[in-house]
Design a protein around this ligand. Structure first.
Ligand code: HEM
Length: 406
């Protein structure tokens, strides 16, 4: 659909109806405008678009207040039926604890949480800086270069595989291709999921055989107790979630930074002279503005009524983080990227029990990237380059041809 017209307002129970498909590639570039138009006309909308291969018809929430309230109410808005806006087959592939509810969710999450908190991340700071430097060296040597492919997509995967999983670099190439394919479309997901499952099973088994419990995979391999029984399938799903959740998501957050820097020299200069607090603030604004994970899916566990819309048990609801992050009631002039804005209440990482586990890692990667790129002598978009977006569970730049020099 394009921007919905007032004539699409219904007088029936479903007050406002649109045909909106969350992953429509044709709408990747205009996604923010389309959801803004829906938000302005009706806070809760019925979309006749698809939410899985077989199913269509779902509620779409777009205003900050409603999206936040629903995200916090996990009992009513359950993640156990899947948390993707366009849901893949949970029999083939379940996104670990992201697609479960408490208490099971929380026990599994707690087991791996320490690896994503400040003390653990502090130890990776030098390693992250080293990878950033290497990738910038590669980009400078290859300039003009696609900075999305060379940098934004490579950084999160190298950090995760090298620093968190301690895996052989040769293994990295093979698994990264799988992860990218999995995020591309549902057909790829069905085909590639077993390959990543098999890879995770071997990594877990290795830790079990050696009795290794110290690193993240070792903790996953040994998690569980009598009152918290864990199957091998749950272990594999947990590792798959951790591998996949931070790749394209972070790449798209980095994409917002590199796009701004390549097209707005003043913003890059401003960041070169910024204090650490100002950079932290800017990271939140980049996240709010770009909202790299635009939406999440939930399933209603009871009938409810929101803004007069009668929502039924079992129906699907999409919480649109991107739209909420552009709600003018909370963020004045929401479509302006203002690096001095206090945007810390954004919902780019979700809210409540499922709030992003990797948020501090992602923010660190963005902060260190801002620091490194603002020191470059040259960082400019190749003149005439076209900017296009990809849609999917994560939305971001397809490519960004850049001229760069140290
Ligand atoms: C800019 C980068 C990132 C963004 C925008 C992002 C966004 C999100 C969002 C919106 C959710 C909540 C989904 C829901 O409620 O259904 C989430 C959950 C999650 N994210 Fe991230 N994420 C990012 C990076 C990362 C990284 C680096 C990791 C590290 C592995 C990660 C791991 C996770 C995990 C494990 C969950 C599930 C949490 C739970 O269910 O308790 N994310 N993320």
């Amino acid at each position: 659909m394009g921007v919905p017209m007032p004539s699409e307002v219904k007088s029936s129970e479903r007050q406002f109806e649109v045909q909106w498909d969350p992953h429509d590639p044709a709408e990747a570039n205009t996604y923010p405008e389309v959801v803004a138009a829906i938000r302005e006309q009706c806070p809760v909308t019925w979309s006749t678009g698809r939410w899985s291969v077989h199913d269509s018809g779902f509620w779409l929430m777009t205003r900050y207040k409603d999206v936040r309230a629903a995200g916090l109410d996990w009992k009513l808005y359950s993640s156990a039926g899947g948390a993707a806006p366009l849901q893949f087959d949970l029999e083939v592939f379940r996104n670990g604890f992201l697609e479960t509810d408490p208490p099971l969710h929380t026990k599994m999450r707690e087991a791996v949480t320490p690896f994503f908190l400040a003390p653990a991340l502090e130890q990776h700071e030098d390693g992250i800086r080293k990878i950033i430097d290497e990738l910038i060296d590669e980009a400078v040597a290859a300039s003009p270069v696609d900075f999305v492919e060379t940098y934004a997509l490579s950084l999160p995967s190298r950090i995760f595989f090298e620093l968190f999983l301690h895996e052989d670099p040769e293994e990295i190439r093979f698994t990264i291709d799988i992860v990218r394919g999995l995020l591309k479309d549902m057909a790829s997901a069905a085909e590639l999921a077993p390959k990543l499952q098999a890879w995770c099973a071997v990594a877990i088994q290795k830790r079990k055989d050696r009795g290794e419990r110290d690193d993240m995979v070792g903790v996953i391999a040994h998690m569980g107790s009598d009152d918290f029984p864990v199957t091998d399938e749950m272990r594999i799903e947990t590792l798959m979630l951790l591998i996949m959740a931070g790749m394209e998501t972070t790449a798209n957050g980095l994409g917002a930074v590199i796009h701004t820097f390549a097209t707005n020299p003043d913003a890059r200069r401003e960041m070169a002279n910024a204090t650490p607090d100002q950079i932290t603030k800017a990271v939140d604004e980049f996240l709010r503005f770009s909202s790299p994970v635009p939406a999440a899916g939930r399933t209603l566990t009871e009938d409810t009524v929101v803004h007069g819309c009668p929502m039924k048990k079992g129906e699907r609801v999409t919480l649109n983080w991107l739209s909420a992050n552009h709600d003018p009631e909370v963020f004045p002039n929401p479509d302006v990227l203002d690096l001095s804005r206090n945007a810390s209440q954004h919902l780019a990482f979700g809210v409540g029990y499922h709030k992003c586990l990797g948020m501090h890692l992602a923010k660190r990667e963005m902060r260190l990237t801002i620091e490194a790129l603002s020191k470059l002598r040259v960082f400019e978009l190749v003149p005439g380059a076209e900017i296009n977006y990809r849609n999917g569970p994560a939305r971001g730049l397809m490519s960004l041809p850049v001229i760069c020099a140290r």
